[in-house]
Design a protein around this ligand. Structure first.
Ligand code: ADP
Ligand code: MG
Length: 587
């Protein structure tokens, strides 16, 4: 009796494989671009028409193929990249399954021209639905050009699943961006419907990021760490360019774009309190691991990889991000330092002082539990607890209680210079106080109000009055005692006790004003915008002379803040004057 099992014809097998490899035109783009990269090209051009459904063409100046390989590469499991199974675990190129071209050819009309350096003529090949139609010699320069036309023309069911041209084009552009980011040294060009939409010169990663995204260079923070197992490099966007969507998150493992929510979360969590709630940071980060330690074979087309030790990579990523941000915001470069002393606030700079020594992520948890801390670094690097109970002494608070703050003095009545646990720090007094107040407001600590002997009335614009009425309860929760007092007029009966010597009317108007700006420009929620505005206006100003005791209290209270290194908008509050940064002045 004949069995029911039979072997599938090669063409059917290829079409089934195509179901996995070729989901949409963007998959073709990805495979062709990756092959061009693997071929050692220095210049790659991508042409598409109608969202890639009528044409995806990639021209490269890479190795090219001789006549034999030009025919072979369309066969299933034809690859120049692995010869035996073990090679899978030691792979340094992007392709490896030898399946892409065979799959693509089975569901489209393909035309290829290719020439290797050794051959004097090029080969032209035409394949329709997996069947070789033409193979001939033609004239061409070294490299390969592959045009994939009418994708899924022979599988109408698949073709009907394609989305609109706009959506497919968007997917293609994403693939293009990812490959262009991963290989900044290669020149890329993208032509859509005959129109050039992107032209990228080969250069540095920073140049590439700036060319691809509307990101300012000064908003990019260098991240660069080498451990025995994983190398980590790339750029982190400053908190101020974080977005409400995850669009700007590019993580690569061994040159391959990966979409890994777990690892992306590790990076975002490394930002700690620097990010507004529900904001996602921009980053372009490359992980380089021993190919034997990373399993790229899981989902070659689905952007998923498996690490042998995912938790380790998670902890590493998180620590590296914290460290890079900490170095950027806390450790001043020489120019930051002179800016700080000569003028004012220390903004983020690109030239980051890299901390000395080899970084071992495993050291961080060890430092965290140390009861007697050696350096303020540890404190600055301590993970920020998400909830804080003011009545309970956290280890952090115990450390601060016993912190040795000495040698304190003021510069220009604006900055505080303090020696903390033997290290020298520069503190922006206004920002420090604003941060302390802001965190108090956040912790909903009851703020004492002091009644005014002579209540004040103020007239507001209609817009401000509406704003006031909406936020009245929140304003009063901050220690104000205010109420409506007729048409567009409010009365101030009491002020937060720490403010009572100031002009109450001015400050309420000022708070409403800043609140409006915070709310509209920073796009943060209203309550937070109000707290920030109140904290800013209630805080001691730059230019105010302080007693030693006042400075000590300020520094002490700052160190107790959940977030003491920067303001909610990412501006530095405290910077460390490292030995190396001081030495640079004398070079
Ligand atoms: P893989 O990339 O997994 O090896 P593909 O089906 O994508 O499988 O490609 C098959 C082979 O064709 C590759 O291994 C390579 O030798 C050759 N090839 C494909 N594209 C190019 C190209 N642009 N330049 C040179 N060789 C190429
Ligand atoms: Mg390939």
């Amino acid at each position: 009796m004949p069995g029911v099992i039979h072997l599938l014809p090669e063409s059917t097998a290829n079409q089934i494989a195509a179901g996995e490899v070729v989901q949409r035109p963007a998959s073709v783009v990805k495979e062709l671009l990756e092959n061009a990269v693997d071929a050692g090209s220095t210049s790659i051009k991508l042409f598409i028409k109608n969202g890639g459904s009528t044409l995806v063409q990639v021209d490269d100046n890479g190795s090219g193929m001789n006549a034999f390989d030009a025919r072979m590469c369309w066969e299933r499991h034809a690859t120049s990249k692995i010869a035996k199974a073990e090679d899978l675990y030691n792979l340094h190129t992007l392709g490896f399954r030898g399946e892409a071209l065979a799959s693509i050819a089975s569901v489209s009309e393909v035309e290829m021209r290719t020439k290797s350096a050794e051959e004097s003529v090029a080969t032209r090949i035409v394949i329709n639905a997996g069947k070789l139609e033409t193979q001939e010699n033609v004239a061409a320069t070294k490299g390969t050009s592959i045009a994939v036309k009418n994708l899924f023309y022979n599988i109408p069911a698949r073709k009907n699943f394609l989305k609109s041209i706009t959506v497919e084009t968007k997917h293609i552009f994403e693939e293009y961006q990812r490959i262009a980011l991963a290989y900044p040294e290669i020149s890329f060009e993208f032509v859509n419907q005959g129109k050039e939409v992107s032209k990228l010169q080969g250069g540095s990663l920073l140049d590439r990021i700036a060319a691809l995204f509307s990101v300012k260079r000064e908003d990019l923070i260098v991240a660069d760490e080498h451990t025995d197992i994983v190398n980590f490099s790339g750029f982190l966007g400053s908190p101020k360019i974080a977005k409400k969507t995850r669009g700007g998150q590019y993580l690569f493992a061994n040159g391959r774009f990966i979409k890994d929510h777990y690892l992306n979360h590790a990076i975002s969590s490394g930002y700690g309190g620097l990010l507004e709630e529900k904001n996602y940071p921009f980053f372009v980060i490359f992980l380089q691991v021993d190919p034997a330690k990373i399993d790229v074979n899981i989902h070659p087309t689905k952007h998923e990889v498996k690490f042998e030790d995912g938790r380790y990579v998670y902890t590493l990523l998180q620590s590296v991000v914290k460290k890079a941000l900490g170095a950027h915001f806390v450790m001043p470069t020489a120019s930051q330092l002179s800016n700080a002393i000569n003028s004012n606030p220390i903004g983020p700079r690109l030239n980051v002082t890299q901390p000395d020594g080899r970084f071992n992520p495993f050291e961080i948890p060890k430092q965290r539990v140390a009861t007697n801390w050696e350096k303020l670094d540890d404190l600055l690097n301590t993970p920020i607890p998400t909830t804080r109970q003011p009545d309970i002494f956290t280890p952090q608070e115990q450390q601060v209680q016993s912190a040795d703050i000495g040698g304190i003095f003021q510069v220009d009545n604006t900055f505080i210079v303090a020696k903390i646990e033997g290290e020298l720090y520069l503190i922006n007094q206004h920002r420090a106080h604003a941060q302390i107040l802001f965190e108090r407001y956040e912790a909903k600590q009851t703020i004492a109000s002091q009644q005014l002997l002579f209540p004040r009335t103020i007239e507001l614009s209609l817009v401000d009055m509406n704003l006031y009425l909406e936020m009245q309860n929140d304003i009063n929760a901050l220690g104000f005692d205010t109420s409506e007092f007729g048409k567009n007029v409010i009365i101030i009966n009491g002020l937060p006790s720490e403010l009572s010597k100031q002009d109450g009317a001015t400050i309420v108007v000022q708070i409403l004003d800043d609140f409006k700006t915070n709310y509209q420009e920073l796009k943060i929620n209203k309550k937070e915008a109000l707290k920030q505005a109140a904290a800013k206006n209630a805080a001691i100003k730059a230019g105010k002379s302080l007693e030693i005791k006042e400075m000590e209290t300020l520094v002490h209270d700052l160190l107790l803040c959940k977030q003491h290194t920067h303001t909610p908008n990412g501006l530095a509050i405290i910077v460390k004057l490292t030995k190396s940064s001081l030495e640079r002045f004398f070079q």
